[in-house]
Design a binder for this molecule. Structure first.
Ligand code: UDX
Ligand code: UDX
Ligand code: ADP
Length: 480
């Protein structure tokens, strides 16, 4: 029986291994993590991450061929294939701060593998890492090898949160990169056989190590670039009277462009896009390609611009001040169907409003009060000027309350903003909400989920990203 061990039981490792276990009953899969709390949660009825369909998959395999454990060394030493899926955040200090990936967790995992292994191993990079990480990992492993043969593969994950299980069941492609040696090719085939249990062969792409590593960064950069492109257009639409939804639809009909990932928004978030682009920027700079670096940097700059443009629009519409006003924030997660808040645009928007002394009442169906408070009290890391951390926003506890439904959040509010496209926000009783708000009552739709004309009939002043502006908003001073 092939044994797989995955180091890191997070958003990537957990769901990926659960699906491998489900699809490959003949393989034993152990997911290990240094966090006791995380592993305890994986072994309970309350999984540590919210992901539609995940509970079901875990329930079917856990205790049969899927195990969650803190016995990291035991499972690593027994495994034939080791996936490494630890976190690789952006470095916040030292060389490359603000851009380079922090490989501390990866390095410590590699050293541990070298320490405890007694048999040959295939080590698979699952977390997104800078190009040439495999080479560094190989050095750590082979310098401590005690005669053991290690084959390093890069097998980047393309799942998106909120649709992880479906993405894993029906991937557009599985990418496996390895060395161009007979041993490297054999390792590729071994991993390919695992995926071939459920993925059609023509969707399993085999490349060299560096192509696989770079493809992951490139794919995320291209996706993020589409969002920044459509968001940049949204600003122009507002200025000219065009409607970004109509423009996206028309542009997306070109089969060379395609219709997906063209929704204008308050900005992209999530643990990958910004981190991977910064990583790409750093790699370009290190390779003497400043023009390429600045091209990609602009994708993040436009994203930051979109978030601050949204805040400015809110403040300027509401008579140039939100000081002391109650603002309802609907949605805090970086997208719907996840409780994840990493790099969510809601953090920057909320901080912007707090900076203008607003009182926020926040509701998200999946994010806990503790998480929101933690996110808002953390110092903002300034990727563009990493040596100066921006000071913590000096808001008091009183300025933020986290509530358990949209009606409570909006009661007596001057304005509401929608920052995550949760389905339940589309069907809210907006008449009731309007009746309970201060007048004039404002809606700022950062995800274009509400029917603006219906809301206007009720009496709201509505701002939708990239749509022709209300007469009210047009008369307000121009936004910076
Ligand atoms: C992304 C990639 O899609 C995935 O392939 C990779 O493995 C990890 O990074 P994820 O960050 O989980 O996945 O979610 P994604 O659906 O890509 O959304 C990222 C952000 O972009 C979200 O904040 C989302 O709201 C935003 N977005 C997405 C838009 O603003 N407009 C769009 O049209 C699409
Ligand atoms: C373009 C648009 O495609 C068309 O829809 C519009 O009406 C007019 O402008 P055209 O300039 O005639 O058409 O040709 P196109 O096939 O788009 O190529 C433009 C340039 O891009 C060419 O120099 C082509 O060689 C180059 N190109 C195209 C690339 O370098 N790489 C590609 O992948 C595609
Ligand atoms: P991702 O979104 O990439 O899956 P997460 O932060 O959700 O990232 O998960 C990474 C996991 O890796 C965390 O649960 C963390 O505790 C775990 N981890 C980090 N370093 C190690 C290590 N050396 N050994 C085992 N687990 C680790």
């Amino acid at each position: 029986m092939v044994k797989i061990c995955c180091i890191g039981a997070g958003y990537v490792g957990g769901p990926t291994m659960a699906v491998i276990a489900l699809k490959c009953p003949s393989i034993e899969v152990a997911v290990v993590d240094i966090s006791v709390a995380r592993i305890t949660a994986w072994n309970s009825d309350e999984l540590p991450i919210y992901e539609p369909g995940l509970d079901d998959v875990v329930k079917q395999c856990r205790g049969k061929n899927l195990f969650f454990s803190t016995e990291v060394e035991k499972h690593v030493s027994e495994a034939d294939i080791i996936f490494v899926s630890v976190n690789t955040p952006t470095k916040t200090r030292g060389l490359g701060a603000g851009k380079a990936a922090d490989l501390t967790y990866w390095e410590s995992a590699a050293r541990m593998i070298a320490d405890v292994s007694k048999s040959d191993k295939i080590v698979v990079e699952k977390s997104t890492v800078p190009v040439k990480t495999a080479e560094a990992i190989e050095k750590i492993l082979t310098h401590n090898s005690k005669g053991i043969n290690y084959q390093i593969l890069s097998n980047p994950e393309f799942l998106a949160e909120g649709t992880a299980i479906q993405d894993l069941f029906h991937p557009d492609r599985v990418l496996i990169g390895g060395r161009d040696t007979p041993e490297g090719q054999k390792a590729i085939q071994t991993l390919k056989k695992v995926y071939a249990h459920w993925v059609p062969e023509d969707r399993i792409i085999c490349t060299n190590l560096w192509s696989a590593e770079l493809s992951k960064l490139a794919a995320n950069a291209f996706l993020a670039q589409r969002i920044s492109s459509v968001n940049a257009m949204s600003a122009l639409c507002e200025a000219t009277g065009a409607d970004v939804t109509q423009v996206s639809n028309a542009v997306g009909k070109d089969s060379r462009i395609g219709p997906k990932f063209l929704n204008a928004s308050v900005g992209f978030g999530g643990s990958c896009f910004q981190k991977d682009i910064l990583n790409l920027v750093y790699i370009c700079e290190c390779n003497g390609l400043p023009e390429v670096a600045s091209y990609w940097k602009q994708v993040i700059k436009v994203n930051d611009y979109q978030k601050s443009r949204f805040v400015n629009r809110m403040v300027s519409s509401m008579f140039n001040t939100v000081s002391g006003k109650k603002i309802a924030v609907l949605g805090f997660a970086f997208k719907k169907d996840t409780g994840d808040t990493r790099e969510t645009p809601a953090i920057d928007v909320c901080k912007g409003l707090l900076g203008d002394s607003a009182h926020l009442s926040i509701y998200d169906p999946q994010v806990t009060q503790e998480q929101i408070q933690r996110d808002l009290s953390m110092e903002k890391f300034d990727w563009d000027h990493p040596t100066h951390l921006q000071p913590m926003s000096p808001y008091g506890v009183k300025q933020v309350s986290v509530v358990s439904d949209a009606h409570e959040a909006t009661k007596d509010a001057h304005g509401l903003c929608i920052l995550t496209e949760w389905d339940e926000f589309k069907t809210l009783d907006f008449k009731r909400i309007y009746d309970n708000m201060q007048k004039p009552a404002f809606v700022f739709d950062g995800r274009n989920v509400v029917d603006a004309s219906k809301l206007r009939e009720i009496g709201f002043i509505v701002y939708s990203i990239g749509k022709p502006l209300d007469a009210w908003l047009k008369d307000m001073p121009a936004v910076a």
